[in-house]
Design a protein around this ligand. Structure first.
Ligand code: HEC
Ligand code: HEC
Ligand code: HEC
Ligand code: HEC
Length: 176
């Protein structure tokens, strides 16, 4: 027999799970963000990202340097092995049951840093930071970067958040 206390604990657990959880937000892929985030007047974030290190991170796993690192670690193909792709590709990091249209070759995509976009992607929600956060938007911080920029990276040479942020910056000149 379940005690009253147990029943209370179980129903509270269900209530908690029943609220909005990360699982309610699905990955839509960078092309969906491009529609609204590629105008020069508002900072062309898509273009900046696509020409930067993160969008091209899967390419680095196909180089001779990558193959040499992998060989040393007993990894046959770094571009398909989870031991490498887990930091070089959003696709490889996520639960595929919450992937709607994120492509395999996107590298480290927008949604790694900003959260899965299925619910915040509409203009009315995006106009408000508060509503966007309620709907899955993440405002990235140093801790998030260090999920990948750490000693587990075979080429790690240290990480300076302020300098690194400048290198990948994609501000909106019109934002208040
Ligand atoms: C229908 C248009 C639209 C789509 C699609 C869209 N956004 Fe936005 N987004 C906006 C608008 C409008 C703003 C508010 C103005 C601004 O900051 O550029 C905004 C703001 C943002 C901000 C700034 C939030 C803040 O307050 O700091 C981020 C980050 C962002 N979007 C990321 C994304 C990502 C990632 C995607 C794709 C998963 C995406 N957006 C898809 C229209 C859109
Ligand atoms: C999902 C893993 C991941 C996250 C999270 C991540 N990065 Fe990266 N980052 C990479 C990978 C992988 C590369 C190497 C890309 C390449 O050259 O192929 C990279 C490269 C870079 C580079 C260029 C190389 C260098 O060190 O100068 C900068 C700058 C950078 N990241 C900044 C950031 C910042 C700032 C954040 C947090 C806002 C961040 N990254 C979050 C995986 C990540
Ligand atoms: C813990 C996350 C992580 C893992 C695991 C990881 N990488 Fe990376 N990789 C990064 C980050 C972050 C960068 C950019 C900064 C740096 O070198 O640490 C990078 C950069 C690289 C670069 C480019 C260096 C350059 O010339 O700019 C190569 C090549 C590379 N990684 C290969 C690999 C291979 C091969 C594996 C698997 C054996 C692997 N990485 C596993 C995070 C990771
Ligand atoms: C490696 C992590 C990373 C990736 C990948 C990334 N961003 Fe960002 N983004 C950031 C950081 C860090 C900021 C600054 C957050 C802040 O204001 O504190 C930012 C800010 C923004 C802003 C707000 C600009 C402003 O000044 O209001 C928008 C919009 C945005 N990103 C859209 C995108 C889109 C669209 C993509 C993909 C095409 C993308 N980002 C990819 C880390 C990332």
């Amino acid at each position: 027999m379940l005690s009253k206390k147990m029943i209370l604990v179980i129903s509270l657990a269900f209530l908690f799970v029943g609220g909005l959880s990360a699982q309610d937000f699905e990955y839509i892929g960078a092309k969906k963000c491009k529609m609204c985030h590629n105008k020069p007047t508002t900072g062309e974030q898509y273009k900046i990202w696509s020409e930067g290190p993160h969008a091209n991170a899967m390419e680095s796993l196909k180089t001779d340097e990558a193959k040499a690192i992998a060989k040393e670690m007993g990894i046959a193909d770094p571009s398909t092995d989870q031991k490498c792709t887990k930091c070089h590709s959003t696709y490889a990091r996520i639960d595929q049951s919450v992937n709607i249209s994120l492509a395999e070759d996107e590298g480290v995509s927008c949604e790694t840093c900003h959260g899965p976009g299925s619910k915040y992607k509409s203009k009315s929600i995006m106009m408000s930071r508060e509503k966007s956060i309620e709907n899955g938007l993440i405002v990235p911080d140093e801790k998030l970067c260090k999920e990948c920029h750490n000693e587990e990276s075979p080429t790690f040479k240290g990480f300076n958040f302020a300098e690194a942020s400048k290198k990948i910056a994609h501000p909106n000149p019109e934002a208040k």
